[in-house]
Write a protein that binds this ligand. Sequence first.
Ligand SMILES: Nc1ncnc2c1ncn2[C@@H]1O[C@H](COP(=O)(O)OP(=O)(O)OP(=O)(O)O)[C@@H](O)[C@H]1O
Ligand SMILES: O=C(O)C[C@@H](O)[C@H](O)C(=O)CO
Length: 344
Amino acid sequence: MKYVTFDETRPLDLILLGRVAIDFNPAYNEQVKEEFKPLKDVHMFEKYVGGSPANIAVGVTRHGMKAGFIGKVSDDQFGDFVTEYFDKAGIDTSHITRCVNGEKLGLTFTEMLSPKESSILMYRNCIADLQLSVDDIDEDYIKSAKAILISGTALAESPSREAAIKAVMLAKKNDTKIIFDIDYREYNWKNADEISIYYSIVAKESDIIMGSREEFDLTEALIQPGRSDEESAAAWQSYNAKIVVIKHGMKGSTAYTCDGEKYSIKPFPVEARKGFGGGDGYGSGFLYGLYQGWEVIDCLEFGSAEASMMVRSNNCSDSLPGPDAVHAFIKEEKEKFGEMIARV
Ligand SMILES: Nc1ncnc2c1ncn2[C@@H]1O[C@H](COP(=O)(O)OP(=O)(O)OP(=O)(O)O)[C@@H](O)[C@H]1O
Ligand SMILES: O=C(O)C[C@@H](O)[C@H](O)C(=O)CO
C-alpha cells in the first residue's frame, strides 16, 4: 500500500536541507591501517564529505534518484571540496551558497574503538552550515521537488532554524512532501527546551518522520515525556505524518503507518567498523524503496541492509552503495542466514 504519493511531474526527487561537513576518519587502506584505538592515538586520517543529510543526498543519488541540496559552505578550499564532490556525484548544487563572514565547514573526527564502540568529535565553532538564512530558501526550487528532507540539526540555531522552517512552510504550501530526519547531534544544542520546541514544529508538519527512540524523547519532552513508540507514532499521525520510523539501534526498528499497521526489521549481522553512518544508509535505502512504490516492509529491509553495509565500512559518503550492491548483499545474507534473517 502507498502511504505517500509523490508528484511525478517534478524534476527533482528530493531536496535535502542542512549540514554538509567534512569527516576525518582513521586511515584504513592498503598502505595504512589504523586499528581500533582512541582518537588521541590516531596518526593518519582520511578525508571524506560528511554530515548526515549530505550523506543521504549521496546515497539516494547513487540509487539513481535526482537530488538537490540547500546548504551553506565555507568560502575556501573545503567549500570547493564538498561542492565539487556533490557535482561529481550528480547532486544539484545550485542552492548551495558560500559564507560571507568567514564561517567554516564543520570538521568531524571519528573514533573507532571496537566493533561496538565508536564516537564522533565535532569541531563546529563559527559553523558554516548554520548560517543558512531565509534568503537562501527559494520557493520555485522547493516547488520543483517531490519532497524535501529537513535535517533536525538545521534547527539548532538562527538563522538556519528560520530558514528550515521557511522551507517547511513553502513545502506545505506547494504540496512538496516533508521528510523529517531528526538527526540529533548533541554538540549543536544549548538548551533542551529548544530541542523540543523546534523539533516538534517540524514534526507536526511532516509526512514522514525518522528518528531513534532517544530523538523522539527529545522531541516530545515538552509535550508528553515517556511515550511508548505506539503513542509517539499515533500522536504525530494525528497531525500530518503518514509514516513514523522509530529506530532502536541493534534491537531493530519499526515503521508505523497511518492505517494503524506496523512493520519491523532487524539489522543484518555484520562485523562493524563503526556505529555512525548506519542511519544514513538506512535513510537512503528506505527512501529509495518508497519512491519505487515498494511495500513498507521491503523498504525497511533495503534500508536495514544498506545500514549494515555502512557500519562495516570505514567511511560514510564514499561507501554508500548503489541498488545492485544492496540487492546482492541481501541475497548473500539470506543464503547464509535464511530468508527471514532481518524480518521480524
Ligand atoms: N553494529 C551494527 N551492525 C549492523 N547494523 C547496524 C549496527 N549498528 C547500527 N546498525 C544499523 O544502522 C541503523 C541505524 O543506526 P542507529 O539506530 O544508530 O541510527 P542513527 O543514530 O540514525 O545513525 P547515525 O549515527 O548514522 O546517524 C540501525 O537501525 C541498524 O539497522
Ligand atoms: O555530521 C555527522 O552527522 C557525523 C559524520 O561523522 C558522519 O558523516 C555522519 O553523518 C554519520 O551519520
